[in-house]
Design a protein around this ligand. Sequence first.
Ligand code: PRP
Ligand code: URA
Length: 209
Amino acid sequence: MPNLVVVNHPLVQHKLTLMRMKQTPVAEFRRLVREVALLLGYEITRDLPLATADIETPLMPMQAPLLAGKKVCLVSILRAGNGLLEGMLDLMPSARVGHIGLYRDPATLQPVEYYYKVPQDVADRPVIIVDPMLATANSAVAAVSRVKRDGVKDIKLACLLAAPEGVKRMNDAHPDVTVFTAAVDQGLNDHGYILPGLGDAGDRIYGTR
Ligand code: PRP
Ligand code: URA
């Protein structure tokens, strides 16, 4: 599949398995999401531009690399996206943050937008949309379309788990967006849940049901 990066690191795979286990308690699930976000964030930011700065170490002057350009804007798809957001912010504490409130109508599986707030200069920034689950991809496709309406051009998507159907749909709808995920699972059940998956990510992060 083009524009798909599976982060196949042993630490990521181990933590993902712990998250899939139904007996994993809320506090541990939340901590694991945050840790995996950090590792996904490391991969997803690999192509950030660098510039050379003149600095002085305690011993001598040197030219050294520093991040260049506008800071990344992380856009969290509420509510489960906030779990990933925390870990990404550990890695990029100066990142700007946007939120898009979307929930899946359980009957139609179509996303319903209830909130949208992003930095006013978001169009000038690289944007990483974060949401643990790419199932039908209806939510992520809508989120990408929404930020594109604001002029954003450089967009990546970070998730924990993707269904093949969702990866294809994202690729068809937004071929310019690369999806970073910890795993691609078997497929979707009749209710649009990823199999084998990890269940409802929002419920598992927040202990709701
Ligand atoms: C979940 C998940 C994604 C969406 C994925 O959110 O966090 O946003 O479903 O499904 P899709 O790819 O089929 O659109 P949900 O709608 O359950 O809302 P929540 O985060 O508030 O729990
Ligand atoms: N949303 C979730 O939280 N889990 C799924 O498996 C599908 C959508």
